[in-house]
Design a protein around this ligand. Structure first.
Ligand code: AHR
Length: 503
């Protein structure tokens, strides 16, 4: 056992808890849509084929925004294929995932699902094979009240009120050579600026996201953001960041420290955006939409799309089965996003159902929760008010990828209205538990309501459809509070939430 100290003070404000930090992502990929959120004939499906059992879990997860319809998929997508009478919708090749897209589910079905799941849509447009004209068309269809061919078409399709979708992604991962219609930074920056300019002529108050880097490991990372913002700074509000984390060759120590990689990525994007601001003599700041993040074992076989003449409908793809260490990392990545709430204004756990997802479904059958469901749900449902920096004094752990890192990471939230204080913490040591002394001395007297810890003697333990309550975080019996000083043992490779209310 090693000792760590931490202090939480109401004066250490980083910024507000943003509901959009708890966003997710639904792509036409594998079984995310088909037999995921949409399955006509499923016992819980409504008249439109939307699975109620999945909607219930989405609500329990506490998801705020949902990005749609991709992902790599969007770069070849024709949105108009997915609206109107279903029997007239064309089947198309989906080049991104070597699948057949039936277009049974499209924009209108997604918006109905968002209303039922109580989430905000975040729509991505195709800037791979398409451009400015189609960007205006989808906006016209979605947001214009009536009186144009496309808005009247929406009404005829059953949606009488405009959707008024606010947040739009200008393409997806356009820096990636794998992307259909991949572009150089200068080419993409010009296109994004022109698409944004035209879209703002339709709806001036949109919130627009330009594509940043697909991972901080890209050779173009940094120069890509600087060039794109050089072209599009005034037209956009956010630059995106995408990154997936995984354990490499049994290197659990580095994997548990993935939050440091995300943190460095965010700091670098902020520095680059601010450099573009200075160079262009702009006054506003560009913030980050971290709209794809998660653990993803990209090298595993089902991540590779089919090939050849086989273009299946909704094949099993990217259905990673998460273990306890993955959940600890997801919890720590959320701690990292909250610690950057001053500049990360939106984030999306990629993805939501079946595809690298916290929620799994059986076609025609049950749903179940992956290990990663729990830290996400607890954070999304308990982080409220202001995000507070936690001053940490922690033993170090040595990692092959990131050198020496703190074993302890933590962040706190403080709701001034209710007086609730919540501390989220991770012990990223593979072998040592931590005795944490937490000082909350600057708050009015607090009582400890919950002390939940997620861990397992076997960090590689995975949940399955047959496990349910056994995978929940459990009460941490070691936690005691006296005069706003808390002592709690954080087991090796664990994630915890401590919730306090006014005494
Ligand atoms: O989320 C899976 C894929 O990862 C997305 O389609 C793409 O944007 C990213 O590379």
């Amino acid at each position: 056992m090693k000792n760590a100290r931490a202090t939480v003070d109401p004066a250490f404000v980083i910024g507000p808890v943003r509901t959009r930090t708890f966003g997710s992502f639904v792509e036409h990929l594998g079984r995310c849509v088909y037999t995921g959120i949409y399955e006509p004939g499923h016992p819980t499906a409504d008249a439109e084929g939307l699975r109620q059992d999945v909607i219930d879990l989405v609500k329990e997860l506490g998801v705020s925004t949902v990005r749609y319809p991709g992902g790599n998929f969007v770069s070849g997508y024709r949105w108009e294929d997915g609206v109107g009478p279903k029997e007239a919708r064309p089947r198309r090749l989906d080049l991104a995932w070597h699948s057949t897209e039936t277009n049974e589910f499209g924009l209108d079905e997604f918006m109905t699902w968002c209303a039922k799941a109580n989430v905000e849509p975040m729509m991505a447009i195709n800037l791979g094979t398409r451009g400015v004209a189609e960007a205006i068309d989808i906006l016209d269809y979605a947001n214009i009240p009536g009186g144009t061919a496309l808005s009247e078409q929406r009404k005829a399709n059953g949606a009488h009120e405009p959707y008024r979708i606010k947040m739009w992604c200008l393409g997806n991962e356009m820096d990636g050579p794998w992307q259909t219609g991949h572009k150089t930074a200068a080419e993409y920056g010009r296109l994004a600026a022109e698409a944004a300019r035209a879209m703002r002529q339709v709806n001036p108050d949109l919130e627009l996201v330009a594509c940043g880097s697909s991972t901080s490991d890209m050779d173009t990372f940094g120069s890509w953001e600087y060039t794109v913002l050089g072209e599009a700074y005034e037209q956009v509000d956010y630059i995106s960041a995408h990154e997936y984390y995984f354990e490499d060759e049994g290197d659990l120590a580095s994997f548990l420290a993935s939050g440091d990689k995300m943190s460095n990525f965010i700091d670098s994007v902020v520095a680059t955006a601010d450099a573009a601001r200075a160079a262009g003599k702009h006054t506003k700041r560009i913030n980050i939409s971290f709209d794809e993040w998660n653990v993803w074992y990209q090298k595993s076989t089902p991540s590779v799309p089919p090939s050849g003449d086989d273009w299946p409908v909704a094949p099993v793809l990217l259905e990673d089965n998460y273990n306890v260490a993955d959940a600890v990392v997801v919890g720590d990545l959320l701690i990292t996003l909250l610690r950057h709430t001053d500049r990360v204004h939106s984030a999306s756990l990629a993805q939501l159902v079946n595809v690298i997802a916290p929620i799994m479904t059986e076609p025609g059958g049950r749903t179940w929760k992956q290990t990663t469901f729990h830290p996400f749900a607890l954070t999304a449902n308990n982080a409220r008010g202001q995000v507070l920096r936690v001053a940490i004094n922690s033993p170090k752990v040595t990692t092959a990828k990131y050198g020496e890192v703190d074993a302890l990471t933590a962040v706190a939230t403080y709701d001034e209205v209710t007086g609730d204080v919540v501390v989220f913490a991770a012990n990223r040591s593979v072998g040592d538990s931590l005795e944490l002394s937490l000082n909350l001395g600057s708050f009015e007297e607090l009582k400890l309501e919950d002390a939940l810890t997620y861990t397992n003697d076997d960090p590689y333990w995975q949940a399955s459809a047959d496990d349910d309550t056994s995978v929940l975080p459990t009460a941490n019996a070691s936690a005691v509070i006296e005069s706003n000083r808390v002592s709690v043992e954080l087991p090796a490779a664990s994630w915890s939430m401590l919730r306090f209310t006014s005494a």
